[in-house]
Design a protein around this ligand. Sequence first.
Ligand code: ZN
Length: 295
Amino acid sequence: MTYPWLKDIEQQLSTSFAAGRFHHGQLFNGQQGVGKSALVEQLANALLCQQPNGVQPCGQCKSCQLNQAGTHPDKFNVAIEGQSIGVDDIRTVSHFMSHSAAQNGNKVVIIKDCHKMTTAAANALLKTLEEPSPERFLLLTSTATTQLPATILSRCSRTDVQVSDQMSAQQWLASLQIIDYPWLSLFYKQPLLIQAWQEAEQLESVDQLYKFATELKQGHNFSALVDIINKDSELVRVFCLFISEQLKQQLVSGMDFDTYQQSQQALTEFYQNSTQVLGLNLPLAISRLAYSLRK
Ligand SMILES: [Zn+2]
């Protein structure tokens, strides 16, 4: 099993797998930190395994050993270089698919973040999806299927991957000794994101962002906040989420709706500027945000 909250999805996949109804093009959609990568890796290994139990690879056979070593010749992982997946990457996929399997069985291609395909790449992939060959499988993941062409979507079997049972995520995080942060519940739907912060020793930084968000006032010295965001630009989104949650609570406890909307608007502008404007003066932008929120 990959993660406890994916138990139901794995069960469904096992059923179609056992019945020989496993679709040749599988798309796994869900937000970051939910376990899509682990799920497709496991599926690929099960498709290549000589004696899988449902979607669980046996872990013993030659194929499983090759997968554990990361050298299975019938598995191909499309790596994203830069911002997009180009047509050359997909040509490599078609080429890989067209050759016979080294282990006399299935061949599997994994394309993560497939919404990053260029239009030409998507068109090239469409050919592979339209003319499926037996024993060839495409496993795709995406955090933004709305960015995919309808032609791709219609030719894939689609599975939404999410944390359906927050309790299991909470317990899993507790098993990693991640428990006593007031903001933790905001990320129960993205438990692997929290784990990644733990591994990168960023939990304290995220906690500091939370404290900044709850006490944001103009005139503060924002340098510690700026330092944290400069180290990892992804954390801007987290900081904005904390402020947004703060505003929602203030709305519930009596903030008038116009003020609430204006504050959320200021926050959206801050987020857009900090992610899109190169060379933005971040201390100034935060100071402005604090000023708008204080009004
Ligand atoms: Zn095996």
